[in-house]
Design a protein around this ligand. Structure first.
Ligand code: ARG
Ligand code: ZN
Ligand code: CA
Length: 245
């Protein structure tokens, strides 16, 4: 009634070691992180700088509900971003009905890659969804400084049509008006404020946005413009309307 969309999630776990076979509790923990971050109820929301209070998203009105967990043991220890994990015929797990379910694959390792996602133009296709390497999934037992479940928050942002906040180019365009233009990605834990040299930008950049590359503990907000883009994707006429319950 208030426009909140609850997305059913299928978590597909491909494990070689028992540490990679993330527990049901850790899956629940990851879903809870998504619900807090997308609800604007994350415990670090109070760290949003005053100058961004007027453009923070607040409640994005998207929530997540675990529908099913599928587990498969594999001899494969390392995966690449070629979608092999999404097909049984290449050693993976086939997606569950990607039109109506959001599929997440958890794999042992992807080298330096924490996770990757498909954009809404892939809605309903066999490879649609998000992949996260096990060390960066959930919180308990995850690998610092990416152990607060925010790789999933970031990847789900892509799944819901968000670009990186720097627009993947020097002073690039992320198609969101209320996120200041920035020269590139930020890493680690920057100290606010951070100014940059993109023309016409005299305020701090929003490095604490989930769509930057900072550590999990340094990212804690979406903007209102990002919320508008994500809501459009799951609206009844949007490309991911099939996720609506
Ligand atoms: N797409 C990025 C990668 O594959 C994920 C960045 C996640 N950042 C984070 N603080 N968890 O590396
Ligand atoms: Zn990304
Ligand atoms: Ca912007």
């Amino acid at each position: 009634a208030d426009g909140t969309v609850e997305i059913p999630v299928v978590v597909n776990v491909l494990y070689n070691t028992s540490a990679q076979n993330v527990s049901d509790a850790r899956i629940a923990e990851q879903i809870a992180v998504l619900n807090a971050d997308y609800g604007g109820t994350n415990s670090d929301v109070n760290k949003i700088p005053t100058e961004f209070q007027s453009v923070k998203s607040g409640d994005v009105k998207v929530r997540f509900r675990l529908a099913n967990t599928v587990r498969k043991s594999t001899t494969k220890t390392s995966w690449s971003t070629n979608d092999a994990m999404k097909k049984a015929s290449s050693g993976g797990i086939d997606a569950t009905n990607p039109t109506n379910y959001f599929n997440i694959w958890v794999v042992g390792s992807m080298g330096q890659v924490l996770g990757y996602a498909t954009f809404p133009e892939s809605a309903g296709l066999w490879n649609d969804g998000v992949v996260i390497a096990a060390p960066y999934f959930g919180k308990t037992g995850a690998s610092s400084p990416f152990n607060l479940g925010r790789t999933a928050t970031h990847e789900v942002g892509h799944y819901l049509n968000l670009r990186h906040i720097w627009g993947d180019a020097n002073c690039g365009n992320d198609q969101v008006a209320d996120t200041p233009t920035q020269t590139g990605a930020n890493y680690n834990k920057p100290t606010y404020p951070v100014y940059n040299t993109c023309s016409g930008v005299s305020r701090s950049i929003m490095f604490m946005n989930y769509m930057d590359y900072v550590d999990d503990a340094a990212m804690f907000m979406f903007s209102a413009g990002q919320k508008t883009r994500m809501q459009a994707v799951v609206s009844s006429s949007g490309p991911r309307a099939g996720l609506r319950v």
